[in-house]
Write a protein that binds this ligand. Structure first.
Ligand SMILES: NC(=O)c1ccc[n+]([C@@H]2O[C@H](COP(=O)([O-])OP(=O)(O)OC[C@H]3O[C@@H](n4cnc5c(N)ncnc54)[C@H](OP(=O)(O)O)[C@@H]3O)[C@@H](O)[C@H]2O)c1
Length: 335
């Protein structure tokens, strides 16, 4: 093990032992495109700027499936442990980590920092995360919800604020509005005083996932033009949705649940003069204070994300539901 501080402090019941066991369970991908297998591995070493976390809840995200498909720009060396995000309790901190920020036993959310792509991720009992990827969980938020809201809330914030530059006086349109990212884009915009919001929903049974005050539309419904489109579905639907953006407007490209490829008429795109803004959360840093304030908004109920809790042994089925967009919320499993 690397040099570590052990710092006592946090209270409460299910704290992990200060000395973790020698080995842990980990779900690892041995072959791209196939479900993970459960292995036993040594507890990972803690580097100077790292935090060792005993996971309570781990998330299966679209990003994990993209990486595990083996055709993404980042191809981990096999076998590897996926998992972009999760939540749990601090076990150890590296020598350069401020002990006042992360007390042993404190509940934390881990997200980003290359987890599940360029370093071992959260589909394991323990994870070593860089300090910048660890955020304390405020009171009132349970482990599953804290794990589930990480990447999707950060993505929504970046789409609305950082990249989209949405103004309160503008009109917002969101595709995949019943999905985790789409719903949070609409919720955050509402929190920022944006009144004119429209959400495209494919499955009528999921309209109730849209926040209050949002105009729900089906794919072929006519809509008044929007200033900013946040597209979470991609594919051929993206080309169609661009027609709903006013000339000179912007489109933030977030996802591709409806397809990875799209074909545009370049002359028409140029005539419409819509700026296409791809969002890459692997390159974008979410400031610590933004991550903390988003978590606080989930804790006090201003933001909400649907969660589907699954058993670890059922992860292959859950992966299938996420791929076919039939999961009933963010897929979370517990340790
Ligand atoms: N760029 C980045 O850095 C970044 C970061 C985070 C997420 N993402 C991407 O964002 C996308 C959305 O993520 P999420 O967590 O919100 O997913 P999600 O919760 O699983 O929601 C998926 C959404 O896609 C819709 N959908 C699926 N197939 C569709 C189709 N054929 N036609 C129309 N709508 C369809 C679903 O509509 P219904 O519910 O109405 O059926 C649902 O609203 C994913 O592709 C993810 O990889 C990208």
């Amino acid at each position: 093990m690397g040099q570590v501080h052990i710092h006592e402090g946090a209270s409460s019941g299910d704290r992990p032992p200060v000395q973790p066991p020698e080995t842990m369970a980990a779900l690892r991908v041995h072959e791209f495109g196939l479900p993970p297998r459960e292995d036993r591995l040594p507890i990972p070493d803690v580097g100077p700027s790292d935090v060792l976390v005993r996971l309570v809840a781990s998330v299966v995200s679209h990003h994990d499936l993209t990486v595990a498909g083996g055709e993404f720009a980042v191809r981990p060396t096999l076998p590897y442990t996926p998992g972009l995000e999760g939540s749990g309790r601090v076990v150890r901190i590296g020598s350069a980590v401020d002990p006042d920020s992360f007390a042993v036993g404190a509940p934390v959310r881990v997200y980003g920092g290359g987890l599940g792509a360029i370093r071992s991720g959260t589909w394991a009992e323990y994870v070593v995360a860089p300090e910048r990827a660890v955020t304390p969980i405020p009171g009132g938020l349970d482990f599953a919800a804290a794990a589930a809201c990480g990447s999707v809330a950060a993505t929504a914030w970046a789409a609305v604020t950082d990249l989209g530059g949405l103004l309160a006086t503008e009109r917002l349109g969101v595709t995949g509005a019943s999905g985790a990212v789409g719903s949070l884009v609409l919720q955050l915009a509402g929190q920022q005083g944006v009144e004119s919001r429209v959400g495209w929903v494919r499955s009528p049974g999921r309209v109730d996932r849209l926040p209050q005050g949002v105009e729900a539309v089906a794919n072929d419904d006519p809509v008044a033009p929007v200033d900013l489109l946040v597209d979470t579905v991609g594919g051929p639907l993206l080309a169609k949705r661009l027609d709903a953006v006013r000339p000179g407007g912007r489109a933030v490209l977030v996802g591709y649940t409806a397809g990875e490829r799209v074909c545009f008429s370049l002359p028409n795109l140029m005539a419409a003069d819509v700026s296409l803004l791809p969002l890459n959360m692997m390159r974008r840093r979410v400031p610590k204070e933004v991550a903390s304030s988003l978590l606080a908004m989930f804790a006090d109920g201003r933001l909400h994300v649907a969660v589907e809790l699954v058993q670890r042994r059922d992860i292959a089925e859950a992966i299938g539901r996420l791929r076919s967009a039939t999961a009933s919320g963010r897929v979370v499993f517990k340790w």
